[in-house]
Design a protein around this ligand. Structure first.
Ligand code: FAD
Ligand code: NAP
Length: 547
């Protein structure tokens, strides 16, 4: 018989939402501090991004040897990646291994969606409400909800009338989808579409790609991890980890010092050609230092990719449609691919440019554009996410005096360091807007945030403090710094999700921090060393209502 006198615990030092990379590591660090913690996760397993994104071709584009946790040498040495860019099932296995290795599951409540979180000024506690109506209380409320976890399907007229099957890539059925013999449409040519299109094209009877903006992509050149490479990486791990932490993008590449405009055109093309053949992000990151700040330098790389498209794609009209023209290379998150441009040489693949032929409606039998109806059996929405703030807003977070986060941020996010925001005491956001987050190899930024938050809580604990909130002037200064850093780059020139441009009505500001992982890390460390400069730390005393 269960002991009915034992109350189910609902009050914690910290409640964390999300059990991806961020939530898993946060839980581990909270436990190390001896704090009681609960992670709430709406999925029925750990993994976050890698739990949800099971579409054909899903894999990371950071390389496996640095797309991982680095806090534990034992884990680094124990885990074996099979390939340069592991596929989704392997990364999901890795995160399950982490959860088991650190015995995390006993403090994770799965299948539970957080619907609301409210700060109660009198008790100094957060009250967190789940979909089933359960209430938890916590001194600290930590969001680990991910920057790319709120799937976005455009509101096309007639969408619900479609008689075939529709899928968003981030809500992919766990049992997989067999497209054999099917006519498939895919909308979207971001990183996701670019990964999925070649794989679906190989299986489906016919694939029609609906493209709004042609994208620049560079070959990934995936390959199995040779044993000697693995050994070399393990032997040099300290050096690799150090490099990622000090780098601009959280990757262990040498940042180039040369300008694209300093070298003769033939020499420049040789650099691009070598990196194109090497594959992956190094095309952008290891070529020239000014690609993301100087439009003329940028265009040398953009034109190189356009030339490659013309070389690879046999039909000149298709090559023209695939050629990016309206944004500098790298100002939308750069995808990397396996046989993307080559796929448009297949007989069973058609490319529709929906700027010249807009989608008018989804019909019961397919997709109708301004020119004709395309009959299909299945539609794949590779249309992305309400990035950076979507999942935060869905938490309905209310701070002091009931202020709602989305009201405070109606004109764009306002944060201090991307970690905290005024009027929301004891709220910590892992990889929040205003931090390097999505501009970096994310595990590096996640580890830095989690470790900074844990150190901050440890500092407070050792001084008997339990309240932290940024100063308004610190937040205003950080917002200005985030904006001015972005303005010094070409990023604002693209209609990207970095700018909120993919979501109708979303404010047009640059959401992440473009100042670089290393510089940001150092800045955060200095703030901590200066007794958490820019924050007010205090001891909250429960207020008793007057009689
Ligand atoms: P997530 O993994 O997104 O986890 C957030 C969790 O919070 C989810 O499990 C979600 O279910 C849960 N959650 C959200 N809201 C609620 C709620 N209200 N209630 C309960 N639970 C909630 N980054 C890279 O650096 N390199 C890559 O190669 C790379 N590849 C990517 C590929 C894809 C397809 C996508 C979509 C993203 C990729 N990213 C990549 C970014 C990726 O999101 C991060 O690398 C990382 O996985 C984020 O981890 P996280 O724990 O912060 O967030
Ligand atoms: P995305 O980059 O936002 O791309 C969405 C695509 O859908 C774009 O081509 C967009 O066109 C199109 N689209 C959106 N709304 C549309 C509409 N109303 N009508 C027609 N087309 C529309 O989303 P994503 O590809 O899912 O990638 C999101 C991020 O996740 C990536 O940038 C990356 O950070 C991460 N990711 C990484 C990998 C990886 O390789 N590791 C893989 C997938 C995702 P426009 O360009 O015109 O807006």
């Amino acid at each position: 018989m269960p002991d009915t006198n034992v109350a189910i615990r609902t009050d914690y030092d910290a409640v964390v939402v999300g059990a991806g990379f961020s939530g898993l590591y946060m839980l581990h660090k909270l436990r190390e501090l001896g704090l009681s913690a609960k992670v709430i996760e709406m999925a029925d397993g750990v993994g976050g991004t890698w739990f949800w994104n099971r579409y054909p071709g899903a894999r990371c584009d950071s390389e496996s040897y640095y797309y991982c946790f680095t806090f534990s040498k034992e884990i680094l040495l124990e885990w074996e990646w099979t390939s340069r860019y592991p596929e989704q099932p392997e990364i999901l296995r890795y995160l399950n291994y982490i959860a088991d290795k650190l015995d995390l599951r006993r403090d994770i409540q799965f299948n539970t969606r957080v619907m609301g979180a409210r700060y109660d000024d009198s008790s100094g506690k957060w009250i967190i409400e789940t979909e089933s109506g359960e209430h938890l209380t916590a001194t600290y409320f930590i969001t680990a909800v991910g920057c790319l976890s709120s799937a976005q399907i455009p509101n096309f007229k007639g969408r619900e009338t479609f008689r075939g099957k529709s899928y968003h890539t981030a809500q992919w059925p766990h049992e997989g989808v067999d497209f054999t013999g099917k006519r498939v449409a895919i909308i979207g040519t971001g990183s996701t579409g670019i990964q999925a299109i070649p794989v679906i094209a190989r299986q489906a009877a016919h694939l029609t790609v609906f493209q709004r903006t042609p994208n620049y992509t560079v070959p990934a050149r995936d390959m199995p991890m040779p044993p000697e490479f693995k050994q070399g990486v393990k032997a040099r791990y300290d050096e690799i980890v150090q490099k990622t932490r000090e780098s601009v993008f959280g990757m262990p590449f040498e940042f180039p010092t040369q300008s694209a405009l300093e070298v003769a055109p033939e020499e420049r093309d040789k650099v691009y050609e070598d990196l194109w053949n090497r594959g992956g992000f190094c095309f952008m990151l290891s070529s020239f230092h000014d690609l993301i700040i100087d439009p003329v330098a940028n265009d040398t790389a953009a034109e190189y990719v356009r030339r490659k498209i013309r070389e690879i794609v046999t039909d000149p009209e298709t090559a023209r449609k695939l050629s990016p023209y309206n944004h500098p290379i790298g100002t939308k998150r750069p995808p990397i691919d396996t046989d993307y441009y080559e796929t448009f040489n297949r007989e069973n693949v058609a490319l529709i440019d929906i700027r010249s032929e807009p989608i008018e409606e989804i019909t019961p039998d397919g997709i109708r554009t301004s020119k004709r109806e395309y009959g299909v059996d299945a539609i794949v929405y590779a249309t992305g996410f309400d990035a950076m703030t979507g999942s935060l807003f869905r938490l309905n977070i209310r701070g002091r005096d009931g202020i709602l986060l989305q009201e405070k941020w109606a004109d764009g996010p306002h944060t201090y360091l991307g970690i905290a925001t005024v009027d929301f005491p004891n709220l910590f956001m892992i990889t929040g807007p205003g931090s390097p987050s999505v501009l970096s190899n994310m595990p590096v930024s996640i580890e830095q945030h989690v470790e900074w938050i844990a150190a901050c809580l440890g500092y407070m604990q050792s001084r008997g403090l339990n309240q932290i909130e940024p100063l308004r002037e610190a937040e205003v200064a950080w917002d200005a710094h985030v904006a001015e850093t972005a303005a010094a780059t070409l990023f604002p020139r693209a209609d990207s999700w970095y700018m909120g441009a993919n979501i109708p009505g979303k404010p047009r500001v640059f959401f992440p921090y473009a100042g670089g992982v290393g510089a940001y890390r150092q800045h955060c460390a200095e703030i901590a060393a200066n007794s958490y400069e820019g924050f007010v730390l205090s001891q909250h005393r429960e207020r008793v209502a007057p009689r």
